[in-house]
Ligand binder design. Structure first.
Ligand code: DAH
Length: 341
């Protein structure tokens, strides 16, 4: 019995060499110490061992069991440590390595120009108010004194929506919404997107943006002189103090009198070039004194109130200010273009 036990011990210890794999270790454990293992079987068969030998054999079995258990434990511990060290070595972080540079974002050039334009009006006391892109005929046309048969209302200009709605063709609808909701004195700008059935081209886009502005107070307080002052200040702020500003009589249904505003050419300074078609001037915005019919449409008495209004295209302004010669560049979002601003 004793020799049998020693043989089990020696074989097991030989199998539990330093290079034994985890699988080999487990096999030895099951074969010797497991429930159906050799040592367990001997313990079960103790009844057949003569009584006087039993204590010594029992002791030897326990000794072998402890010896094998602690050997297995030591091997497993060592393997665990080796695994950990390997993992640490493989995943080592070098905190001194330079990081990956993250490209810095910036505003789109149209946003930059719009923000500068809005900032110039805010500096003069105007408040920016958002108004809706989807609107009805009343706010986009009728209240702005467009006659029922005005060509701008037609299919080739306006995107009509179901239910009598449309996409606003200009931000002038903002005048109507704000004046309906508030009472003068008012100094408000309404920046936003507008939509017309145009093909995207060098000079036009089916979606574009404008800033509408208006100032209304009791009769005699806000005059055409203020219109000229505010717009001159705005245009010199945007294009430089040396910019000359010219007011030219024009026509809009919603203003009377109306004026289109030109600035001395940003490219040639007035000498004449391709951009200004050799006139020295470029048109930049539309304006005028708000028509009495518009004031009536929002419930203001035209005998009591008067004011001026203007509308300026953001894309058109950005083309001139940034020296870009193709509207499509603003919408293509080619990074090689955008990164120049
Ligand atoms: N609504 C005009 C347009 O879309 C721009 C405009 C011109 C607005 C004159 C005004 C104005 O308020 O007085 O072209």
């Amino acid at each position: 019995m004793r020799e049998q036990l020693e043989a089990i011990r020696n074989r097991a210890m030989a199998q539990l060499g330093d290079d034994a794999s985890a699988e080999q270790i487990e096999n030895v454990r099951v074969a010797v110490l497991g429930r159906g293992g050799e040592l367990t079987a001997i313990m079960r068969g103790m009844r057949e061992v003569p009584a006087e030998e039993r204590p010594a054999i029992g002791q030897l079995v326990n000794e072998i069991k402890r010896e094998l258990e602690s050997r297995i434990e030591a091997l497993q511990e060592r393997q665990q440590r080796a695994r950990m060290e390997r993992a640490l070595a493989e995943q080592r972080l070098d905190v001194t390595l330079p990081g990956t540079r993250i490209g810095r974002g910036r505003s789109h050039p149209l946003t930059q120009v719009a923000e500068e334009m809005i900032g110039l009006f805010e500096a003069m006391g105007f408040e920016a108010v958002a108004t809706q892109d989807i609107d009805d005929d009343f706010h986009n046309f009728s209240a702005l004194n467009f006659p029922p048969d005005h060509p701008a209302r037609e299919m080739q200009d306006t995107f009509f929506l179901p239910g009598g709605l449309l996409l606003r063709t200009h931000t002038s609808n903002g005048q109507i919404h704000v004046m309906q909701r508030r009472q003068p004195p008012l100094a408000v700008i309404c920046p936003g997107n507008c939509y017309r059935r145009d093909e995207l081209s060098v000079r036009a886009s089916p979606m574009f943006s404008q800033i509408e502005g208006f100032m209304v107070d009791r009769t005699g307080i806000v005059t055409m002189a203020h219109l000229k002052g505010v717009l001159s200040e705005f245009l010199r702020g945007l294009f430089g103090a040396a910019t000359r500003v010219r007011f030219r009589a024009s026509f809009f249904p919603f203003t009377e009198p109306s004026a289109e505003v030109d600035i001395s050419c940003v490219l040639c300074g007035g000498g004449g070039c391709r951009v200004c078609k050799h006139s020295g001037w470029v048109e930049i915005l539309g304006s005028g004194m708000i028509h009495p019919n518009v004031l009536r449409a929002v419930g203001y008495d035209p005998a009591e109130y008067q004011g001026f209004a203007f509308g300026v295209g953001i894309e058109r302004t950005a083309l001139l200010k940034l020296g870009v010669d193709d509207m499509r560049l603003f919408f293509e979002n080619d990074l090689r273009f955008l990164e120049q601003f």
